[in-house]
Design a protein around this ligand. Sequence first.
Ligand code: SF4
Length: 323
Amino acid sequence: MAETLSSKPAIPVGISACLMGEQVRYNGGHKRSRYCLEVLQECFAFEPFCPELEAGLGVPREPIRLVGAPGEPPRVVGTVDPSLDVTDRLREVGETFVARHRDLRGFILMKGSPSCGLERVKVYHDNGMPSHADSGLFVRVLRECFPELPLEEEARMNDAVLRENFITRVFAFDDWKRHVEEAAEFHALIQFHSRQKYLLMAHHVEAYRELGRYLGSEAHAQPLAKVKYRYLQRFMAALSRPATRKTHTNALMHVLGYLKRELESEVKQDLLQAVEEYRLGHVHLAVPVRLLNHYVKRHGSDYIRRQTYLDPHPYELGLRNTI
Ligand code: SF4
């Protein structure tokens, strides 16, 4: 079931250019990410982008920062010369980027930047005192114009759960792009939902039920484009909630429930024990999943064998060996 890294086409993912080692920061430096360049580049085709460079601010340049009051969209102005207001220019650059890069499956961002920071970017009062925190302007545009796009900060990927969550979302979105986005039949969406069910259950059991009900009832009477849009927004938002040990255990038990009748009681006990050891935090998720995959391959129906939950990203990345 697992595929090697080289057997899959590289997935297009955007990245803040400074993380690729490009010397585009305000001071001419970079923030090269070893994890992105040495690990993720095996499966992602990175599209580096620097919104500030694209906006014509040059290198080196005067640093910029967010300024504004809580509850209103901050403006982006120079730290030395506050009359240098690049808000509109940066917004335009972001909108143009999105219009030209609808093929992306995710974007990896540089933390703390008034353009690329995902969250907790400092916003200042007009008097120069720190006020509150917000997202960078480029991120704000990505969220507005491409809300289903998985976003993550490179620094947050030091956290194993957030790292696994982001990469899971990228691969799920890639599945959507390749098999559902252009499909003219409702059936393609039903098949997608069918193979993503346990992954969805592990992340957000309410969304799993809600989307199942939606596809089984009112969706049939609506235009396909509208159904796809609504489904995708809810699906990607649901996956962005990281699965926990408890919700993974629930999904694992459901997979096991599919196999029970086919297995000898001794094997059943081994599988139950592996799930229980995972629930208690004694082993990583890879242990019960690997065992389950072994029996799913031999005894599982097509439905259970197709579940992306059992193989959501390349095994070689080892993402489930750390959660
Ligand atoms: S954080 Fe974003 S805007 Fe700043 S240098 Fe990196 S890519 Fe450019």
